[in-house]
Design a protein around this ligand. Structure first.
Ligand SMILES: *[C@@H]1O[C@H](CO)[C@@H](O)[C@H](O)[C@H]1NC(C)=O
Ligand SMILES: *[C@@H]1O[C@H](CO)[C@@H](O)[C@H](O)[C@H]1NC(C)=O
Ligand SMILES: *[C@@H]1O[C@H](CO)[C@@H](O)[C@H](O)[C@H]1NC(C)=O
Ligand SMILES: *[C@@H]1O[C@H](CO)[C@@H](O)[C@H](O)[C@H]1NC(C)=O
Ligand SMILES: *[C@@H]1O[C@H](CO)[C@@H](O)[C@H](O)[C@H]1NC(C)=O
Length: 448
């Protein structure tokens, strides 16, 4: 076993590589770097390990060859009616996938984007046959059977999403379109992909809830579950809608989510600080393994919207400012995804809590008594990449007792405090618990 102090000196990044953090790579922008430069940049300079594109551009697919990054490619809505012909689908796969699939890690083919929400009958009715034809074409080329076929949906396919347990797909679509789609996804091991944006759902009163900040939570009056953030509520609404149709075991992938960093004068709560908060908290939440109230202990593969600001898009200014990077590859703001960067113990945005209990009652995050030692060691390493752990190093005022449990308590509490005391910041894979009694001892003072 490594000594604790040497574990502490290991230099780990905030987000583990392979965590399933992806990014949407849209291209409606001027002066973007070439797809090759983008692919090299993502693989060499960031911990992003998957990318989703809104086209099936061969240059882009080729650019990701041998990078290890997984890529989801999208077939435009226009092609859906054509793909209902098996021969067209076969030809499409032969031309657009087969030549590249041995070098580029093509993970999924997404058929259209939010096609069901277009209200265009030929797209909606064509979607299922198109997906089936593409899947058949892929399996007929034996070695390519790992590529999945799916499609991304807007939350607009739900008629009810509040409370989450009442989640329901729109009447008419539910059994006619969505049910066969879910059967297909289940049979082929593909995920249900959904674009979920708390940004488009919050009000002044629910900003903290949307941003994963400390807040009063929202209760689902049917189940009694308390939702600490809006994304969980959106995902559980989707889960409930699927369950209503008899499907509980299909993975949900967050195909798009994000927060713009700049908006027009009339756009409220569009600032860089809020975008930073949302995306940082988002990542910590989806990889924490805590899951949602109805889907506990799950992680969600997530694609942040988006890689670049897209200045050629229309609509309000915010539409052009969802990007994490400028066209010259410098960060618009930094959510800790750059490989070379050390996440310094900076101050996070001050959260103005509206929760009287959290304001008045002191809270500490400590390990559960029976928590697994290996897990606590990992917690120390993880937390200490984020917060100052000198006090638990030799000579520090919390070094004694030199036990994993005591050191983990200090590190986990610092982490919990540093990120604003969200309950999920004390989850630590189920090994942490929030306590209202002060764990300080001797010279070792715990901050609350
Ligand atoms: C392709 O991407 C998936 C998902 O990230 C990953 O599990 C797999 O190892 C990758 N394959 C290759 C050959 O890089
Ligand atoms: C529906 O979509 C197809 C394919 O994009 C298009 O050709 C057609 O004009 C659309 N129909 C309507 C009514 O918009
Ligand atoms: C929950 O609230 C909804 C809407 O206010 C109401 O229709 C429903 O009856 C409530 N359910 C329970 C169990 O109280
Ligand atoms: C927090 O709330 C107080 C009282 O409502 C207000 O005076 C203060 O400006 C707020 N601080 C921030 C950072 O929003
Ligand atoms: C989730 O993890 C916790 C802690 O490890 C465990 O107690 C619980 O049974 C798990 N829940 C499910 C649904 O697996």
């Amino acid at each position: 076993m490594l000594a604790l102090s040497s574990l502490l000196s290991l230099f780990l990044l905030f987000i583990p590589q392979g965590a399933g953090i992806g990014v949407n790579y849209g291209k409606r922008a001027t002066n973007l770097p070439s797809p090759f430069q983008v692919a090299q940049f993502l693989s060499q300079n960031t911990i992003i390990d998957r990318v989703k594109i809104f086209d099936s551009d061969p240059t882009t697919i080729k650019a990701f060859a041998n990078t290890g990054l997984a890529i989801d490619i999208t077939i435009s809505n226009d092609l859906i009616p054509h793909l209902t012909k098996a021969s067209f689908a076969q030809h499409w796969v032969q031309t657009n996938i087969i030549p590249y699939a041995s070098r580029t890690n093509i993970s999924r083919i997404l058929v259209g984007n939010e096609a069901i929400s277009t209200a265009n009958k030929s797209l909606i009715l064509g979607l299922m046959p198109a997906m089936q034809n593409l899947h058949k074409a892929l399996v007929s080329v034996a070695r390519q059977h790992k590529i999945k076929v799916s499609t991304a949906h807007s939350l607009g396919i739900l008629s009810t999403s509040v409370p989450p347990s009442a989640g329901k797909f729109k009447d008419g679509y539910d059994t006619a379109v969505i049910k066969p789609l879910l059967s297909f996804l289940k049979a082929t091991g593909s995920p249900f992909m959904v674009n979920a944006y708390p940004f488009f759902g919050f009000t002044v009163d629910t900003l903290d809830y949307a941003l994963f900040r400390l807040n009063n939570g929202v209760v689902d009056n049917e189940t009694g579950h308390v939702y600490a953030n809006m994304l969980d509520a959106q995902l559980d609404a989707v889960h409930s809608a699927m369950k209503r149709l008899g499907f509980t075991d299909i993975d949900i992938v967050i195909a798009e989510t994000g927060w713009p960093s700049f908006g027009g004068e009339s756009e409220v709560s569009v600032t860089m600080d809020l975008a930073l908060d949302y995306n940082k908290n988002l990542i910590r939440h989806v990889i924490s393994g805590i899951g949602t109230p109805l889907m506990s202990n799950r992680t969600f593969e997530t694609y942040i919207f988006e890689l670049f600001n897209e200045d050629l898009k229309s609509g309000p200014a915010s539409e052009r400012n969802f990007g994490l990077f400028h066209a010259d590859l410098t960060p618009v703001y930094d959510i800790g995804i750059l490989k070379t960067e050390v996440t310094p113990p900076e101050k996070t945005t001050v959260t103005n809590s509206t929760n009287p209990i959290s304001d008045n009652v002191k809270q500490w995050c400590i390990p559960k008594l029976n928590a697994d030692k290996t897990m606590l060691q990992e917690n120390i390493i993880f937390a200490c990449t984020q917060v100052d752990c000198h006090p638990i190093q030799p000579g520090g005022f919390c070094f004694n007792p030199d036990t994993i449990h005591a050191h983990a308590a200090y590190a986990m509490n610092e982490y919990f405090r540093f990120y604003g005391k969200n309950s999920f910041d004390c989850y630590f894979g189920g090994s942490g618990i929030i306590s209202t009694s002060d764990p300080s001892y001797g010279s070792c003072k715990f901050n609350s």
